[in-house]
Design a protein around this ligand. Sequence first.
Ligand SMILES: Cc1cc2nc3c(=O)[nH]c(=O)nc-3n(C[C@H](O)[C@H](O)[C@H](O)COP(=O)(O)OP(=O)(O)OC[C@H]3O[C@@H](n4cnc5c(N)ncnc54)[C@H](O)[C@@H]3O)c2cc1C
Length: 434
Amino acid sequence: MSARAEERWDAVVVGAGLTGLVTAVRLARTVGPGRVLLLEAGGEPGGRARTTDHHGFRLDLGPRALYHTTRTRLHALGIRVPAHEPDLAGALALRDGTLHPGYAAPGPLLRTALLSPRERLAVARLLALSRARPALAGLDAATWLADRLPTERAREAAFAVLRISAYTGRPGMIAADALAAHFAEARRGVGYVDGGWRTLVDALALRARTLGVHLRTAGRVTAVEGGPHPHVTLADGPSVRTRSVVLAGLSRPAAERLLSGAGQESRSSAPQQTNRPGVPAAPLRTACLDVALSRLPSPDRSLVYGVDEPLYLSVFSRTARLAPDGGAVLHLVRHDDGSGLGASEVRKRLYELLDLCQPGWREVLVHERFLPAITTMTAVPEARTGGLAGRPGPRVPGRSGVFVAGDWVGPAGLLADACVLSGERAADEAAARL
Ligand SMILES: Cc1cc2nc3c(=O)[nH]c(=O)nc-3n(C[C@H](O)[C@H](O)[C@H](O)COP(=O)(O)OP(=O)(O)OC[C@H]3O[C@@H](n4cnc5c(N)ncnc54)[C@H](O)[C@@H]3O)c2cc1C
């Protein structure tokens, strides 16, 4: 068998989703042009932040809100995102199959007929003071809500608001510190992005190219070896000798597969999902229905969240430029609450929500896409895995020169915030070896 050709790059980033793009941009800003190779298995960058185009309607893969941390970190990388704050004032709450005035904002919360005066005050205080605190370490969100709220109805009402941004329908699963910190982040304001999240991806990819990053698509990595001279093997094409590798946006199991068996420096060197060895963290999957309509039947029912069922509907095109004139882009979600409903039942419930909020939508349908179980988080920070503080850092024990970044890495942030923050840290660690 003839020896395969070998390339040399100072740093290699594996994966060109948001994490990998941020990592590559930050690395190239530090080390200069022509030194960073960004490898992407697919045909284009973006990963789960891709946006598809249907006759001029831009559909993200499920609803996307840009949080303050992601926005400011992108700004620091030279990227200004055209994003707009949705108006919560007209939000509606769905309970017992009936729409009620919503209570996600502080004013309406103090008036909602869904709660007693005592319950309203308790929920308002909990939501207003929500932030990560040492006292929450080791607690799951269900225990936190039970400690702080007087009735089951108040707990249900509070979690209905908290889960919108955290995507989970399971308060017993997510760590209280993660949920509280993320809600505090959401309170700083969220943005719906003109053109969808592809706008971020395109801006990051352009920035990376401008800084001299070499992006190679159809570049699937099959093995990574650490050490003084790390080595990256590709499914097709030459292998790469380098000094630093960042596995960016790969789940822990995917990172483990790349590292397993490839030139171990030590036997105990698998990347740990959490700082608590032997406790695997579970992924979070969400059912989404993405819809493009040529006309919006009921503009007054544009933002609806379920109280007694983890449902959500938002007309994103009311806030961001996503549809041709007169058209509408809607995203609907049913969060996983552990009830084990099958995909067809979930789809039926999303259709029922759409029938209730936008009657006649089928007559004006341009495109629909049902995603029964897209991965929203590759690993939920759970109380049993140590919450946010239990997530590992970017270094992989026993694999010098190999770093990890993504939504399961680092002590801060959920969703894209965690991707961006951990990507920056991994980039700095990788750059320090060059
Ligand atoms: C429905 C939904 C809604 C969301 N809503 C929000 C929101 O409102 N706000 C928010 O902040 N976040 C949100 N998120 C989360 C956010 O989209 C993700 O955290 C982020 O896009 C993940 O980026 P990533 O780069 O870490 O992973 P990915 O996007 O999964 O990218 C990983 C990339 O690595 C590539 N890859 C994998 N293996 C290899 C290999 N062996 N070789 C080369 N390349 C490889 C993949 O092809 C992929 O392109 C949402 C996610 C979903 C699914």
